[in-house]
Design a binder for this molecule. Sequence first.
Ligand code: SAM
Ligand code: SF4
Length: 326
Amino acid sequence: MAYDRFGRHLHYLRISVTDHCNLRCLYCMPKEMSFHPNPELLQDEELLYLVKLFTTLGFDKIRLTGGEPTLRANFLELVREIGSIPEIKILTMTTNGITLARLAEPLAAAGMKRVNISLDTLDPQKFSRLTRKGRLEDVWQGIIEAERVGMVPIKINAVIVRGYNESDAVDLARLTYEHPWQIRFIEMMPFGGITDVQLNQIVTKAEVQARIESALGSLQIENDGNLDGEAQVYRLAGAKGELGFISSVTAPFCWSCTRARLTADGRLRLCLLREGEVDLLTPLRKGATADELRQLIINGLWEKPWGHKLSEGEIPLNRVMSEIGG
Ligand code: SAM
Ligand code: SF4
């Protein structure tokens, strides 16, 4: 089992399987984003090899993310391979949902248990403004299909950006009256490249909650106030679904973090919001043994920082979200 020096048990790996994306969400990447050429990214065999090494350290939960994970070549095969590793108890994915209407069924058959789908607004015009490209209808069809094939409970991630979709939080919350989904509001976090938007247009959990409560009534806390993953969970009276708040900026939950991340180019990233990384790809390609790589991982995990330092003005500048894997 892997622990860090603060005694946190680390067993959840988030993997950015590609930094590429078919959208350009303005809170995630700059308009003119340049992506890594494929040879710089982990190849299928390298990725599987590292995942298996992590399982020997007790990692049993994997989330595939990106970039847009479903764009990776051979994605279904990769899911099948990862899903068949006996030590992995939960295999999930975060996706923008654009390709899900087509892929949900084969993904479920390949072993994908659950899916988080990103959707920030129910207004098609605002959706294309926020994503700089996308069609809302594609995502909606993807959500319906994911639910139909049993990738439940459906969790929807929404980022609220001042000047773009503040009022949409209420419409999204209203979905829980009819659908047993968890709609999660994620506070916008700052990374290099697009820090201006992220710092100046953040809408906090307190504001989103106040907007929802003034329109729809007070929220009841669920789960005895315990976090569900990283989300604080609430319910509107009479609703089938739940509301989650992931308040990484105003109420960090670093004490409960069990995560490590593998970037698309094969770096072990110890904290989403800190720059520290351990290069695994270079030693892997230079022929490091399994024991040597495992030791690199153990040492890196041990040094996982306690948490982020946004309140002290420290912003990670070396990468944007899509390269790390949100
Ligand atoms: N492309 C997939 C998607 O959009 O779901 C997976 C990758 S995306 C980086 C993962 C999650 O990170 C999405 O829910 C997205 O909304 C969120 N995200 C991206 N940039 C963010 C930021 N600056 N702050 C907070 N969340 C962000
Ligand atoms: Fe792409 Fe997801 Fe980032 Fe949007 S949030 S640009 S869909 S990686």
